[in-house]
Every structure is written in structure tokens, then in C-alpha cells.
Design a protein around this ligand. Structure first.
Ligand code: PLP
Length: 410
């Protein structure tokens, strides 16, 4: 028997056994299950970070579409450069310069959402076993990306001023050598923290001293209910990659975001993107370049969003304090979430989550966000996409869920 015949006769490998090892590293079934449950008919969702549908600038996007089709629509339907169309890179560079260090379009890439930006950064910089430092708890999508890239996660605790950079420094002095430090600088998902100016300076100084890159993922910076955003960490160091999502401030469905990277890195990130999808969708880029290129649009639109979300957050706070006294939380200063702690030890957040779902309201229990921290007594509630009646009903269902969970016992 020839070796070929012998090999053919052997049982074929199962399809699962063909999977790359990395497929097992970043998977989070918990999250998919939670989001699927939240999307079930009749369920009021306080689960996802879904922006308010009534906040989308529909009429303004329709106008931009008409303008595009009245001119040469062909360019919007054609392939475009991997790093993005020039007008979109220009508006991103202008926005980045207005909120951080001055930057030209040559250091900008347009990505399919900041989620893709994160993935490209991880693919480009992380080898299996490399360390990535990040807040604990952290944005789930980032945890998944870094895990799947094979990173060893170095969780750093935080408080209302964001990542405890003093703790990060101790870890660095003790020998930790992360390649990346990942932060959500404004209205952190899930905690709502804002990385203080002092800590931004400290983080930048640590980046310069220990040689890591800061990945600043900032979808919520423009959603401050009062006061204004702080400048990006890149005003203090050139070792910063900025991820500038437009999902929460314009709309998520177009999948267009900005990435700003140091000159040494941008070419490699573009090469990684080329392998993945060649380019971000051309049509969406033209639409957003039209909106953001109009100096009147963004200030007015953002002012409207702050009023909308600020009002919803205050209404939610009043209801939570009245109806759910067993929840403790800091009043959010911006963003889309309440990060809450259960003060009564008789019910944990997983049990509450299950009872809440049975009552027709979805929340996210804390565990999936937490790396080393104990997530069993914390939970995240989004107030963004429910209107007044839905919010009242949702909180009322949560109150019933609590009663049922208590009756069920630990
Ligand atoms: C911190 C953070 N980063 C990134 C994203 C994803 O943004 P995008 O829609 O631009 O991919 C989210 C979405 O919830 C987020 O909260």
C-alpha cells in the first residue's frame, strides 16, 4: 500500500479539529447569549450600548445622499483607497486635532468601526504571550480582541478618575512589560469613569519611559452631560493610537470610524486592513465626510445628543433611586450607562439578570466585563435607547424581578 492510499484510508479529521487555536481564546458565548436575549420580542433592553434611534440624523443623511447622487454617484460606488477617501481622512484629522495633538490626514485611517481599529492594532502588535494592560472591568469587545490575539491580559484597577496609573506604574516597576495599554478615556464602558488630566499625563510619561503604546478608544468623549471633554493623551506623548468611533455620535450602521496612529505604525495598520477587507465602505465615507465637513453640523448635533442623553440619564436616576433602592451607583457624567452595585447580599447580578429576563427586561451582569475583579455584585444598565414609557416599564419590571429573586433565595 502506498503512503497516499494509507493516508486516504484513515478517518478524516473532524471539522472542529481543523480550527486554529486562537478561535478558542477570545470567545465569549455569555455576551452573545445576553445580547440575543435582549433582542427577543417584547424584551425592553437596558443591555447593549445601543444609541437612541431617534438621535440619528436621518434627514441630514438623506440630504447628503441626494447630493451625492445628484453629482457623480459613481465615485461613491467604486473601490476606494485602503486608508480611506481623502475628504473623510481630512475631517477625521481636523476632529482629532481639535480634541488632541495636531495631526494631518497622512496619519489617519478610516476603519469599519473602532472595533476593527482595535482588531487591526492587536493583529499588528500582539504576538502570542505579549502583555496588554487594561482597566478591570473593561469593554468586552476589547477583551475579546486582545484574548484572541493571544495576549496575556494585565488587569489594572480603576476608580472614578479612570485607570489607577499608580498601580500600573508599580506593575511596570515590578517587571511587567505590556506592549499596549488600553483605555476608554471618557465615560468608560462599563464604569462611566473619566481618565483624569493628571492620570493622562502620568500614563503618557509611563509610555515614554517604558516604551508601550497607549490605545485610546473614545466613542463617548462627545457625550458629556456637563462640562467638556479632556484633551487626548496624545498631547503628552506621541506613543498613542486614537480610535475615534462615530457610532454613538452619528450612527453605528454605516460602520465608519477614524483611527489616528504614529507615523511608524500607520503603514502596517493599513497593510493589515488590506488583508481583511481592502477598504471601508465608500458610500458611507462620502456621506459622513459630507456631514462632518459641514461646520454647522457637528456642534448642533452633539448639543442635541447631550440634551437627549442627559435628560434620559436624569430620568433614569430618579426612577432608580425611587424604585430600586438596593442599587448603588455614581451619577453618570456622560456616555450611555449606569454601572451599579447590588447592596443587598441576598441576590447576585447573575440571578437578577435571569429574573429580569423572565420579566421582560434585559440588563448585563458584571462578570463578562471583569478580568480579575469580582463581577458577581455589579451590573450595567443602559438608559440610552428607551423612551419615557419604556424606561418606567423597564424599571418596574426590574423591581418585580428583584422581588422574585429575593423570594427564590440565594
Ligand atoms: C469602548 C468601546 N469601543 C468600541 C466600541 C465599538 O465601536 P464601533 O461601533 O465604532 O465599532 C464600543 C461599542 O459599544 C465601545 O463601547
Amino acid at each position: 500500500m502506498s503512503p497516499e492510499t494509507h493516508a486516504e484510508a484513515a478517518a478524516p479529521a473532524s471539522i472542529e479539529s481543523l480550527l486554529a487555536r486562537r478561535t478558542g481564546w477570545g470567545r465569549s458565548d455569555a455576551v452573545s447569549r445576553i445580547l440575543a436575549a435582549a433582542a427577543a420580542p417584547g424584551v425592553l433592553s437596558m443591555a447593549g450600548g445601543i444609541p437612541a434611534p431617534d438621535s440619528f440624523p436621518v434627514a441630514r443623511l438623506a440630504e447628503a445622499t441626494d447630493r451625492l447622487f445628484a453629482g457623480s454617484a459613481v465615485r461613491a460606488l467604486q473601490y476606494a483607497p485602503t486608508d480611506g477617501i481623502a475628504p473623510m481622512r481630512e475631517v477625521i484629522a481636523a476632529r482629532a486635532s481639535a480634541t488632541g495633538a495636531p495631526v494631518g490626514p497622512d496619519r489617519v485611517m478610516v476603519t469599519a468601526g473602532s472595533q476593527q481599529g482595535l482588531d487591526l492594532v492587536a493583529q499588528t502588535l500582539i504576538d502570542e504571550g505579549d502583555e496588554v494592560a487594561l482597566d478591570d472591568p473593561s469593554y468586552l469587545g476589547a477583551v475579546q480582541v486582545f484574548r484572541r490575539a493571544g495576549a496575556r491580559l494585565l488587569p489594572v484597577p480603576g476608580d472614578a478618575d479612570g485607570m489607577r496609573t499608580d498601580v500600573l506604574e508599580q506593575r511596570l516597576l515590578a517587571g511587567a512589560r505590556p506592549k499596549l495599554v488600553y483605555v476608554v478615556p471618557h465615560f468608560h464602558n462599563p464604569t462611566g469613569a473619566v481618565l483624569s488630566e493628571e492620570r493622562r499625563r502620568h500614563l503618557a510619561a509611563l509610555a515614554e519611559r517604558f516604551g508601550f503604546l497607549v490605545v485610546e478608544d473614545d466613542p463617548y468623549g462627545d457625550l458629556a452631560f456637563e462640562g467638556s471633554r479632556l484633551p487626548s493623551t496624545d498631547v503628552h506623548s506621541g506613543r498613542v493610537v486614537r480610535l475615534m468611533s462615530l457610532s454613538k455620535t452619528v450612527c453605528p450602521g454605516l460602520r465608519v470610524a477614524g483611527l489616528v496612529a504614529p507615523a511608524e505604525l500607520i503603514g502596517e495598520l493599513v497593510a493589515a486592513k488590506q488583508c481583511g477587507d481592502l477598504q471601508t465602505n465608500t458610500f458611507g465615507q462620502y456621506l459622513l465626510a459630507d456631514l462632518l465637513g459641514d461646520p454647522e453640523f457637528l456642534p448642533a448635533h452633539l448639543a442635541g445628543l447631550r440634551t437627549l442623553y442627559g435628560g434620559r440619564a436624569r430620568a433614569m436616576e430618579t426612577l432608580l433611586r425611587e424604585r430600586l433602592p438596593w442599587l448603588e451607583f455614581e451619577r453618570p457624567r456622560g456616555g450611555l450607562f449606569f454601572w451599579c452595585r447590588l447592596t443587598d447580599s441576598r441576590v447576585g447580578s447573575d440571578a437578577l439578570y435571569a429574573h429580569a429576563l423572565a420579566q421582560g427586561v434585559a440588563i448585563v451582569p458584571g462578570t463578562p466585563f471583569c478580568i480579575e475583579e469580582d463581577g458577581s455584585r455589579v451590573l450595567r444598565l443602559s438608559f440610552a435607547s428607551l423612551d419615557d414609557a419604556q424606561r418606567r416599564e423597564g424599571v418596574s419590571r426590574l423591581a418585580t424581578a428583584w422581588e422574585k429573586a429575593l423570594a427564590d433565595g440565594p
